[in-house]
Design a protein around this ligand. Structure first.
Ligand SMILES: [Ca+2]
Ligand SMILES: [Ca+2]
Length: 227
């Protein structure tokens, strides 16, 4: 009799205890998941108006770099990841430092991709170049370049696979002009951007301003080769 009366209270207590334990366990896993978030994860601006995505084959060790010039002459690249309204989300260096944590173990991340986001649109011409910064094989490297205008709905402005032919090779993937938010004059007339970032203009590396000749770029160091 006595035991029967006590039983419901005990059940309520144990149910409360069990639920508390569940809540604590849940919070533990949430905080654990947050700790494990890779530090190198790129930020994607939710307000992006345009997105340029450069992709090369998974697991390929080559380093490809993306250079984009805006109508004001600003150039975004790995050493100047934010300029004007453009932002390079991440410099992908092939397999270098491409690790993610899974179950607390480092595993290699096969993805080779760089993205440039535009926070706003300026009228005028944009130039998108890709550069074979480090090539490891003798074969040409296929690189997919996609340019999308995101608002009011996603519109693919350009989508093509181009070939990069070895260390130092720079290719103009696409040039386009924005006029009142509309894309015009899509073409691929070549224009070198790497040289501009090293020889002055609006580029941050003013150390080589004196070299008006420009000259060849050493792809391994990024420095202008003295003639
Ligand atoms: Ca890169
Ligand atoms: Ca990679």
């Amino acid at each position: 009799m006595f035991e029967e009366e006590q039983e419901p209270e005990f059940e309520i207590f144990s149910a409360l205890l069990f639920n508390s334990l569940k809540a604590i366990t849940f919070m533990f896993f949430i905080s654990f998941a947050m700790i494990n978030k890779p530090a190198d994860e790129g930020k994607i601006d939710p307000k992006a108006e345009m997105m340029i995505t450069v992709t090369w084959p998974d697991n390929n060790p080559d380093d490809v770099d993306t250079y984009v010039m805006d109508p004001a002459g600003n150039i975004v690249w790995y050493n100047q990841r934010e300029t004007g309204l453009m932002h390079l989300e991440r410099d992908d260096r092939g397999m270098f430092k491409d690790v993610i944590l899974l179950n607390n173990q480092e595993i290699s991340n096969p993805l080779n991709q760089e993205t440039v986001a535009f926070r706003g649109l300026q009228d005028g011409e944009y130039i998108v170049n890709i550069v074979h910064y480090i090539a490891n094989g003798a074969e040409p490297l296929p690189v997919e370049v996609k340019v999308e205008k995101l608002n009011p709905s996603v519109e693919v402005v350009f989508y093509q696979t181009l070939q990069l032919g070895g260390t130092g090779d720079e290719v103009t993937a696409v040039r386009f002009t924005l006029a009142d938010g509309e894309v015009e004059n899509v073409n691929n007339t070549p224009r070198n951007l790497v040289e501009l970032t090293r020889t002055g203009g609006k580029a941050p590396n003013s150390a080589s301003n004196g070299n008006q000749q420009g000259g060849q770029i050493d792809a391994a160091t990024g420095q202008v080769i003295e003639q």
